[in-house]
Design a protein around this ligand. Structure first.
Ligand code: GRF
Length: 182
């Protein structure tokens, strides 16, 4: 199954997926970010579909069409989101029904959204974790494929906690993708 990875940040999950030798044929980013150089170092084509605005004038439908077009041009069969910061429109779900995976740095359904780690810390939970799930139109929801707990330690900051969660994601996400495609 030909995998296309969508990313917006440092790309450490992408790195873990590539290290696991999963069949990644393209990486798509919505902004300049570390994931691009991770892809280039691995010899995988990285395509910037630049999201020019985060304001009310953002045309989500048109943007999604551009993303789908790039994925189709690379013959992508499975979409893997790894820290992708743009919510895509219905069209991608029509083209890839039950074929879009996501990893989230919390134990869903707790703490959905972009600030999951900060919110878990602020809530004072003693255990959080990560969730790999099938992405649906509704953000950070969809059938859960794998989950693992991570303890919150005294003195944790959002950064130290997120790093500890990512260590687990780096193992759990590639493992779950492999299981999903086999
Ligand atoms: C991960 O923690 C992922 O769960 C979240 O964004 C982070 C991406 O990190 N959605 P990286 O770019 O893979 O380092």
């Amino acid at each position: 199954m030909r995998i296309g990875v969508l990313a917006s940040s440092g790309g450490t999950n992408l790195e873990a997926i590539l290290r696991a030798e999963l069949p990644v044929v393209a990486v798509l980013v919505d902004r300049p970010c570390g994931a691009t150089s991770v892809a280039e170092r691995a010899g995988v084509p990285a395509v910037l579909v630049h999201r020019a605005t985060f304001g009310p004038d953002f045309d989500r439908v048109a943007y999604t069409e551009r993303v789908v077009d790039v994925l189709e041009r690379h013959g992508v069969e499975l979409v893997v989101m790894a820290g992708f910061g743009t919510i895509l429109d219905k069209q991608i779900h029509d083209v890839y029904p039950s074929r879009i995976l996501n990893t989230h740095p919390a134990l869903l359904p707790a703490f959905p959204g972009w600030h999951a780690v900060e919110e878990a810390l602020a809530a004072g939970v003693k255990v959080t974790g990560c969730t790999v799930h099938l992405a649906t139109l509704e953000v950070d929801s969809g059938p859960i494929l794998a989950q693992e707990a991570v303890p919150v330690l005294d003195g944790d900051t959002a950064e130290t906690l997120h790093e500890r969660i990512k260590e687990v994601e780096h193992r759990l996400y590639p493992e779950t993708i492999r299981r999903f495609i086999s």
